[in-house]
Design a protein around this ligand. Structure first.
Ligand code: UDP
Ligand code: MG
Length: 329
């Protein structure tokens, strides 16, 4: 490609890509469209909005298609064949994004689109990763409590420093997005991965609202799973802690066996204390099972990665054909 075509290509590229995963969100999409496009038009920057329909079973895909037809110049819709999960859907969006800056957003309007300008201002200052802290988090009590516990644990055992890991309204520079795409991780937690690559990260406070309509797509199980992705994906600490613990227990058990052996010689055979022994055995079995489960988490990740299946399958992409490029090849 000549320098000239490269430049033309860059001129065609939007400055900002907004990536939004959508899974059964028909109830909120109309309001999202009005508010989001209003905000973006007012910014007066070249932008594109990339919606990823994550295998919705309601009318979301149809609504996205309608929106595409209304604003084909700035809208792209990627429909996945099946539900791939929030982070895989965002990955798909990244893959198609062209902007110099990329902002991710939830479809449910918990992250107000009105905050986009603030994030952009930080990127303009030269930060390559803009994290967010929710000013007043509007979620159910147990979700808040669970998140607080996870935040604490993550701070302890990974080297990822985020005040608030849960909020998906975040902004990334192109270089970070490319690095994320290059790492080909099958299961990951995008804000954490981005943080690893960021050279100059910052955090700002943003508003947070209650879900505008519809319900949370995260069950307790999915939430636990996501957090396992975060912990086992970014730290070997659980595994290491377990080995240390195992060594400790082995030493204690060994001493205990010696003690029992000496007792057998000095006192002679005895049956008392059988229940104490049971208690100890059950404790050890419990720890053992936990350890096997933990190992399984890591082995599972290796297995998934080794299989190398695609993270998502694209059914259709609604987008305008790239503008014809001037300048000879
Ligand atoms: N989402 C998705 N695929 C899923 C689950 C969720 O694309 O399998 C999207 C969902 O449509 C929303 C965002 O991810 O835009 C966050 O989901 P949700 O609001 O349900 O999560 P919560 O706010 O409860 O953490
Ligand atoms: Mg939400």
């Amino acid at each position: 490609m000549t320098k000239q075509t490269e430049k033309n290509k860059r001129d065609n590229e939007p400055e900002l890509s907004v990536v939004i995963p959508v899974y059964n969100e028909e109830a909120v999409l109309p309001e999202l469209f009005t508010r989001l496009y209003g905000v973006l038009d007012a910014l007066e920057r070249r932008y594109e909005v990339i919606f990823i329909d994550d295998g919705s079973r309601d009318r979301s895909a149809a609504l996205l298609r309608e929106q595409y037809q209304q604003r084909p110049d700035v809208t792209r819709v990627i429909c996945l064949r099946a539900n791939a999960g929030q982070h895989a859907a965002i990955m798909a969006g990244f893959e198609y994004s062209r902007g110099r800056y990329v902002i991710t957003l939830d479809a449910d309007l918990q992250n107000p689109p009105e905050e986009i300008g603030k994030l952009l201002a930080e990127l303009d200052k030269g930060y390559d990763y803009v994290g967010t802290i929710r000013r007043k988090r509007q979620d159910s009590a147990w979700r808040r409590w669970a998140s607080r516990a996870m935040n604490l644990l993550r701070e302890r055992i990974t080297n990822i420093r985020m005040t608030d890991q849960g909020c998906m309204l975040r902004a990334y520079d192109r270089d970070i997005i490319d690095a994320i795409l290059d790492s080909h991780e099958t299961q990951t937690f995008i804000p954490a991965l981005a943080y690893l690559f960021a050279g100059n990260p910052t955090e700002i406070t943003v508003e947070h609202n209650e879900r505008a309509a519809g319900e949370s797509k995260y069950s307790l199980f999915k939430l636990i799973h996501l957090n396992f992705d975060l912990l086992t994906g970014f730290s070997l600490m659980p595994l290491q802690a377990f080995s240390l613990f195992g060594i400790g227990i082995s030493i204690v058990s060994f001493l205990f066996v010696i003690y029992l052996a000496i007792r057998r010689l000095v006192v002679g055979p005895e049956v008392e204390g059988v229940f104490t022994l049971f208690a100890i055995v059950f404790l050890l079995i419990g720890i053992l099972l936990f350890g096997i489960g933990l190992l399984g988490e890591y082995v599972g990740r290796i297995y998934v990665q080794a299989r190398g299946r695609p993270r998502y399958l694209v059914k259709v992409v609604l987008q305008q054909r790239e503008a014809p490029q001037q300048g000879g090849e």
